[in-house]
Design a protein around this ligand. Structure first.
Ligand code: HEM
Length: 382
């Protein structure tokens, strides 16, 4: 039998390929080229490696979330949350990487920028796939026509990359997985609410929790608005009605009627419930999961903003090498290209803990690890 060749560090990591993958374009005719181009290449490559890792994490998270059933109190749920945390840490790290590239000044960049046309980060297949995996669709992006118009032209994608991005967009996404998961949440099953005493008879919804919560919210809004106006000595009944009327109409829209752009009313109701009762043991992980999504969306926006701000400092108002308006286009993408921003609707409708409806015993038992941990009727948790 052949002796097994001992594993060697650089062979395992294929460092020969990685370290031989920096080829500055400004190094022509035997000249050394622009000093900063090496940094420019390495920073981009580092980003692309991290994008690869993010894809790897997202792919496993999406697989788990799309399963028929995930037990929220098993290892599987904690693995999902742990991997989402990892994605958060990676995006955080990527955001710091801009600091390194910003040590290059605009005139240094000009030394080699003209060699780059018509290539651009716009063509980063992996970045587009990460966006698609999260749930961003072409038509939901800032200036979607740009992708369609340029994809076969200069500055656009090679056909192969364009096809890979389009395929990723029709695959299952994190957004869809989260929507399915929220829709499966059992909190509002009828049998759990059988002994629940509705506080408000005028039912706004078939779901007793949302029905009561809606009325509690309306009452709080009314009192709040009256108090504020009284304090400011504004005696305008109409104004008060208008203010709390808008808040409660929004509540009806999001949690009872149409939902938001990305989530149905049922999915938003489940997300609201998780946010409000997240201190119950069974809801710890769902609570962490929801907050990780908000964090990822926020950090990616920060990524886009940091990139935009760097580009503005680097090239001012010049168009990009990829053919967009440059910084102006990127700022539009900061505002538009978000996936989980709708979850930020929820805090608008939070009520103080002491005002929350007391949950029925059956449901409290379901949400506790065991009766010993959170005995029914004795728990302080609402
Ligand atoms: C000096 C540094 C950089 C400049 C001046 C720059 C400039 C630009 C510009 C102007 C665009 C808009 C498309 C165009 O017309 O070209 C763009 C898009 C993009 N760049 Fe950069 N970039 C820089 C560094 C980076 C780095 C380090 C990355 C990391 C991978 C990156 C990734 C991207 C991505 C993903 C887009 C598409 C953004 C979107 O459409 O939402 N860029 N860049």
């Amino acid at each position: 039998m052949e002796p097994v060749k001992p594993l060697y560090y650089s062979e395992y990591l294929h460092l020969d390929k990685i370290l031989d993958a920096q080829h500055p374009k400004s190094a022509v005719n035997g000249k050394p080229g622009a000093h900063e181009e090496m940094l420019f290449i390495i920073v981009h490559q580092a980003f692309e490696l991290w994008f690869k890792q993010v894809r790897h994490e997202l792919s496993s998270i999406i697989d788990s979330l799309h399963k028929e059933r995930i037990d929220d109190n098993t290892d599987e749920m904690s693995v999902i949350v742990q991997r989402l945390y990892r994605v958060i840490k990676i995006i955080n790290l990527m955001n710091q990487q801009f600091d390194v590239l910003e040590t290059m000044k605009p005139l240094n960049f000009l030394d080699f920028r003209n060699f780059l046309y018509p290539a651009s980060g716009f063509q980063s297949k992996q970045f587009r796939i990460v966006e698609a995996m999260l749930g961003l669709k072409m038509e939901g992006r800032h200036m979607p026509e740009h992708y369609k118009n340029v994809h076969t032209n200069k500055g656009g994608f090679h056909q192969q990359d364009f096809d890979a991005i389009t395929a990723a967009e029709s695959d299952l996404s994190l957004l869809q997985g989260v929507k399915n998961w929220l829709a499966r949440m059992p909190f509002f099953h009828k049998e759990l609410w059988q002994e629940y005493q509705l506080q408000f008879t005028d039912q706004a919804s078939t779901n007793p929790f949302i029905s009561d919560y809606y009325h509690l919210y309306e009452k709080t809004q009314r009192e709040l608005n009256f108090a504020v106006l009284k304090e400011h000595r504004i005696d305008q009944d109409m104004k008060v009605k208008e203010e709390y009327g808008t808040a409660t109409a929004n509540f009806r829209k999001f949690f009872i009627e149409s939902g938001s752009e990305a989530f149905s009313a049922n999915e938003l109701s489940a997300a609201l419930f998780i946010q409000l009762y997240g201190q119950y043991p069974m809801l710890h992980l769902p609570f962490e999961l929801l907050n990780s999504l908000i964090e990822i969306d926020d950090l990616l926006s920060l990524w886009r903003y940091r990139h935009y701000s760097m580009v503005k400092k680097m090239i001012g108002a010049s168009p990009g090498t990829g053919g967009t308006a440059g910084a102006g286009y990127l700022l539009g993408a900061v505002q538009k290209n978000r996936v989980f921003a709708d979850l930020l609707i929820l805090p608008t409708f939070f009520l103080e803990k002491q005002k929350l409806p007391q949950l029925p015993v059956k449901l409290r038992e379901l949400l506790a690890f065991s009766n010993d941990y959170c005995p029914s009727g004795t728990s302080q948790a609402r």
